[in-house]
Ligand binder design. Sequence first.
Ligand code: 13P
Ligand code: 13P
Ligand code: MG
Ligand code: MG
Length: 375
Amino acid sequence: MRTTLSVIKADIGGVAGHLMPSPQLVDCVQTHVRRHGGGLLTDAYVGATGDDIAILGTHPRGVGDARVHQLAWDAFVAGTALAKEQGLYGAGQDLLKDAFSGNVKGLGPAVAELEFEERPNEPFLLFMADKTDPGAYNLPLYLTFADPMHNAGLLLSPKMSHGFRFVILDVAHTDGDRVIELNAPEDLYDIAALLRDNQRFVVEAIYSRTDGEQAAAVSTTRLHNIAGKYTGKDDPVLLVRTQGGFPATGEVVAPYAIGHYVAGFMRGSHVGPLMPVKKNGTTSYFDGPPVVSCLGFCVHAGKLTDPADAFDHPFWDYVREHVAQKAIEIRRQGFSGAAMLGKDELEYTGIVEKLRALDARFVVRDERLATAAGS
Ligand code: 13P
Ligand code: 13P
Ligand code: MG
Ligand code: MG
């Protein structure tokens, strides 16, 4: 049987700033999906990470289905009304357009979808990240799908021996989707050369080269490109199928032990380490640190199991402590150098205006005149 997984997420308001949605807000979105999803979705799960709410739906309708997208949009619109009633901060933050027009892509919410013929057992992972952007998944996906030092399964499993095809999107190109397809392992250096630049090149999808099946789908929304100004970070979702011809669940989650530095954190304008958090994990310190949750499911005939909380394990407590130290270390240097994002990525215009005003006050010193005056 063919099943589609659609995860659509949005920030529609937070308690006390950008820390978390209210429990009533999550309930409201969930109730809307339950009430109006009958006959459309086979199953659904609604959860939060940081101040973002994600709707995961299963259905047989394929990727980009207008009715599935409309259901999610309407659920977020209903939630926004409650967020306003509750006085939540940034109510409706990610709903950048007034009306739904067939697909949530380009309207603000992030979306990642996978369609496949169900295997007899079909495990997959849902990642939700907050206070960062889609490039945050570049390194973990590279390490899992292309690097045998991190994923020895690439050597051990004959089903993965042909490697994987990476579809990489140039997110700076706003006039249509500019993509490139590269194969691991033979294009390894080219893949790394692109994925190095998390703000420009983003993994959109990964396919098995053994059977052509899609292994991963990342949301690639750039809110800035839609709104033309800062409205919040592009907090991304990711779906990964695991086991069999795909990496094992443990091989997919292992790279998150690094707590690598990503863009995001306070005001979407800083660099911070990505902390793996438990289900419905929130943010706090400096509106962060950037966080990622991971829920594991099995799906059969479109029905979901309860989620397994992949980062709820004593091992990850140790990692969280290490990542907290990394966060404190980089915050010690405040605005200086690598702690803040480059000018093009800064999410606020204040500093750009300041630099423009200062620019007019610069003078070019004329060394010859100074020397002549002095002689
Ligand atoms: P305001 O300037 O509207 O308070 O927004 C700042 C913000 O939300 C950064 O966290
Ligand atoms: P979000 O993108 O999660 O709303 O965060 C915005 C922000 O400014 C945090 O400081
Ligand atoms: Mg927010
Ligand atoms: Mg957010």
